[in-house]
Design a protein around this ligand. Structure first.
Ligand code: GLC
Length: 543
């Protein structure tokens, strides 16, 4: 269970099995201890061209409520976000995932949707959403919306109808029982142990995998599934470019089994058909082992799936100066997942502690984690404020996860430039030094580092879709080839807090690092040798 323990605040009512083990040396001697050794890559894996848009993207996750307020009510809104699109375009990201923007009582920060086809009045109107989409597209940015289809809010009209009209057409769109039935196998966590709540009006219990305010939809109901497909069509028709799916691996259940059910895959295939008509893509929040993730990334299911459990391995590597667990996890993922599907590495998200907190705010750790995130295979997602080194906030409205959801920090003013009013959630500490204005002016800032890395990824096919092949290395290092017909790159990432030596066989006469632009190491007799400074990532190529 070590891996799930590492998930910390990942509040999913988890039921996954342990998948990754963080620290032990690699079996088969892939770790080389602390000495420098010569490395030979052997046969590279076959390259498969994939020029689909999402495979080239770097995404940015944000909460509209926390990003930018435009009207002084202390709450972020769509017009505020639109006014900040230039910042995102300049950062180099190409896709934006918006946490739920729909009408909601906010019992779970919007993951309790009261109406799937409208905008929360706090955030604006459908016209504001259209304006955002248009402005984003004009800058080459795509918008992904968060579809929460496992459950609705108790305030959704479908639930109201289901509880008040037990013989009506939507009676069974939710899961009802006269008695408290079974829960989900292995479920636990901050959403509580109870999975059934009594409804006075209907006189029955309804099933919920999350908070009682989030009744589960019943995927056995064909009309309900059709209604959800219509929701997807509604947003695609408005120009939405794709979707992040909330807990899609939990859609269908056969209690006590709540995950990875055949009915879930059947629905996802029908959703895929709808999105394929519009060239949209989907990324699923799937808490699973690589083997469990693989079928979700099949050609007719989802294009992308998050690596949630693996997110903790970046900070484990930084804290322990041992990257072998992280390296092995990616070896396993590459081996287990289909070629066309993309996994999505993250350092954090709205359910997890901020990256700064995972590494006790060690600036070197943040830099090497970012350098790894943005050079590994897959489609990386950056969580808003991560690029600034934002700290945890202290205020709580819904639950402890609010510490990672504080207002975006734009400048050194008391409200961080987020609002002219009183922010709905207090800004995090140290915003006077960690903000866009200050960090943009400093070439050595974390923000400048992220910009450089994202620009490099955007300019380098090998970093986006090149093959991945990790080499044996010292424990603190991750060394991997990213190979592409347009040019290969050799990534050397060091999580050690002191300089370490590296030696790699290369088919090059010399090598240069594209991140620091400084001469690093030398190639002699087909071997690149160098001394990697502490907590540094090199992206090497032949000049
Ligand atoms: C997902 C979301 C989380 C939410 C839960 C229930 O895990 O990321 O924020 O609380 O689903 O919708």
């Amino acid at each position: 269970m070590r891996r799930l323990a590492l998930l910390g605040l990942l509040l999913l009512g988890c039921d996954g099995d342990p998948v990754v083990d963080a620290g032990a040396p690699d079996a088969g001697g892939a770790d080389a201890g602390d000495a420098a050794i010569e490395l030979d890559a052997g046969q590279p894996p076959p390259f498969v061209e994939d020029d689909r848009w999402h495979r080239q993207a770097v995404f940015y996750e944000l909460w509209v409520r926390s990003f930018q307020d435009s009207d002084g009510d202390g709450i972020g809104d769509l017009a505020g976000l639109t006014s900040r699109l230039d910042y995102l375009a300049d950062l180099g990201i190409t896709g934006i995932w918006l946490m739920p923007i729909f009408p909601s009582p906010l019992a779970d920060s919007g993951y309790d949707v009261a109406d799937y086809v409208d905008v929360h009045p706090d955030y604006g109107t459908l016209a504001d959403f259209d304006a955002l989409t248009e402005a984003a597209h004009a800058r080459g940015l795509r918008i992904y919306l968060d579809l929460v289809f496992n459950h609705t809010s108790r305030a959704h009209a479908w639930f109201e109808e289901s509880r008040t009209d037990p013989t009506g057409p939507r009676s069974d769109w939710f899961v009802w029982s006269d008695t408290e039935g079974l829960g989900c196998e292995g479920a636990s966590g901050p959403f509580g142990e109870t999975r059934w709540t009594f409804d006075d009006v209907r006189g029955q219990f309804y099933f919920h995998q999350f908070y009682p305010a989030q009744p589960d939809l019943n995927f056995d109901q064909p009309a309900m599934r059709t209604a959800l497909l219509d929701v997807a069509r509604f947003w695609l028709d408005r120009g939405t470019d794709g979707f992040r799916l909330d807990v899609p691996y939990r859609y269908d259940e056969d209690l006590p089994v709540c995950v990875h059910r055949p009915g879930t895959f059947e629905f996802l295939r029908s959703l895929r058909a709808v999105t394929d008509e519009r060239d949209a893509a989907m990324v699923g929040e799937i808490l699973a082992s690589p083997e469990e993730l693989a079928p979700y990334l099949a050609d007719d299911v989802l294009q992308m799936g998050f690596l949630l459990a693996e997110s903790a391995l970046f900070s484990v590597a930084a804290n322990s100066e041992n990257a072998s667990g992280l390296g092995r996890a990616f070896d396993e993922l590459v081996a287990a997942t289909p070629t066309g599907g993309a996994f999505c590495p993250v350092l954090g998200n709205h359910d997890l502690p901020r990256a700064t907190e995972n590494v006790s705010d060690d600036p070197g750790a943040l830099r090497v984690m970012a350098g790894t995130l943005l050079t590994l295979p897959g489609v990386p997602f950056v969580y808003y404020g991560e690029e600034l080194g934002m700290r945890a906030g202290a205020g709580v409205i819904v639950d402890g996860r609010d510490s990672a959801r504080t207002p975006m920090q734009w400048d050194a003013t008391p409200t961080a430039g987020f609002t002219t009013g009183a922010p709905f959630l207090a800004v995090a500490p140290e915003h006077a030094t960690r903000n866009v204005e200050v960090e943009q002016a400093d070439p050595a800032s974390l923000l400048s580092h992220y910009r450089r890395l994202i620009a490099l990824r955007n300019a380098t096919p090998a970093l986006r879709t090149g093959t991945y092949q990790r080499l044996a290395s010292a424990r603190g290092q991750l060394v991997y080839w990213r190979r592409h017909p347009d040019g290969d790159r050799l990534v050397v990432a060091s999580y050690a807090r002191a300089a370490t030596d590296v030696a790699v066989s290369v088919p090059w006469a010399s090598a240069e690092d594209e991140i620091t632009d400084a001469p690093v190491g030398a190639v002699t007799d087909g071997v690149f040798r160098g001394s990697v400074p502490a907590q540094t990532v090199w992206v090497l190529r032949e000049p």
